[in-house]
Design a binder for this molecule. Structure first.
Ligand SMILES: Nc1ncnc2c1ncn2[C@@H]1O[C@H](COP(=O)(O)OP(=O)(O)OP(=O)(O)O)[C@@H](O)[C@H]1O
Ligand SMILES: [Mg+2]
Length: 282
């Protein structure tokens, strides 16, 4: 059996904001059904209790940004949502995460199916050591697509969706490594999109890029939310201000406050949120 590539392993009038142990429902008042519903989630690694009683509802077709200081559990939350956390044998996960009505920690759930559904774009691009074309076609080939014409259509459509087609259409068979870092990140986005995820998760996926490439990826996220749910961890408050519809502020493994971006940024309810936003700590 072919080993799963990293994209599968690591792939992929507003409600009032809430704090404490209430369920942070980001979607109810906008009339959307929450696509991701997290109930009583606790995550420990060894003796370290990392995520504490997380209750959260995240909508589809919006950009939700997760913010908070280093080490507060942002990446752990994303990895728990696509079960990448399972790769650590010392992890204990309690509680429920329902995605589109399916409890992803249910007994019969296949982990590769969840990782495909929740494509994760990591901090640094991770192109496979093959051509641009083969990178995008890889996941579909694994899932049994063989016809050349069909693969060519999939590759073009997803390179278009990731905003890379015009730059690479004349060199599809060049190595992916010949692309710039920003282009490689868009290639990884195209590779994730090709297996039809439900959600796109990004863990500081623009932080290793130059400002122009970073804005390019941001623009892609804004376009892609029409078709997907987008959940992004970001250290850059300005980025969250530019693109977030909803924001979740985590501190020491707890959700301190969550709600519509405008409300949370302009009228934060919790003292810790105010301090974080004003740069008292980072
Ligand atoms: N594999 C691990 N083993 C033990 N502890 C871990 C492991 N991974 C993460 N942690 C701990 O869990 C806590 C949360 O880490 P996490 O990576 O989720 O934070 P983060 O908010 O993403 O931080 P950053 O902004 O620096 O990326 C930290 O205290 C970290 O040391
Ligand atoms: Mg992190």
């Amino acid at each position: 059996m072919i080993a799963a590539p990293s994209i599968f392993r690591s792939f992929f009038s507003s409600p009032a904001s809430v704090s404490g142990n209430e369920t942070a429902s980001l979607s109810t008042a906008s009339g959307l059904n929450p696509e991701i519903s997290i109930k009583g989630l606790n995550v420990s690694i060894g003796k370290n209790h990392i995520l504490k009683n997380i209750n959260l509802e995240i909508p589809n077709n919006k950009i939700t940004c997760i913010i908070g200081p280093s080490g507060c559990g942002k990446s752990t939350l994303l990895k728990t949502i696509n079960r990448l956390i399972d790769d650590n044998e010392h992890v204990k996960v309690e509680g429920e995460i329902n995605i589109g009505g399916e409890n992803i920690y249910g007994k019969k759930v296949e982990v590769t199916h969840i990782r495909k559904k929740m494509g994760l774009l990591s901090q640094r691009p991770t192109p496979l050591p093959m051509s641009i074309f083969d990178n995008v076609a890889y996941g579909c080939r694994i899932h049994g697509v063989r016809k050349k014409k069909e693969l060519a259509q999939i590759v073009e459509a997803n390179l278009q969706a990731a905003g890379l087609w015009e730059e690479v259409k004349d060199r599809l068979h060049s190595p992916a490594a010949s692309l710039s870092i920003g282009q490689q990140q868009r290639l990884c986005l195209a590779r994730g999109l090709a297996v039809k995820p439900h959600f796109i998760l990004g863990d500081e996926s623009t932080s290793a890029l130059d400002p122009i490439s970073s804005r390019h990826i941001e623009d892609m996220f804004v376009k892609l939310k029409e078709q997907y749910g987008v959940v992004l961890v970001t250290h850059t408050l300005r980025q969250a201000l530019r693109i977030a519809d909803y924001v979740i502020f985590i501190y020491l493994g707890e959700i301190i406050e969550a709600g519509p971006a405008k409300e949370l940024f302009h009228n934060p309810k919790h003292e810790l949120t105010k301090e974080y936003l004003s740069g008292v700590f980072s």
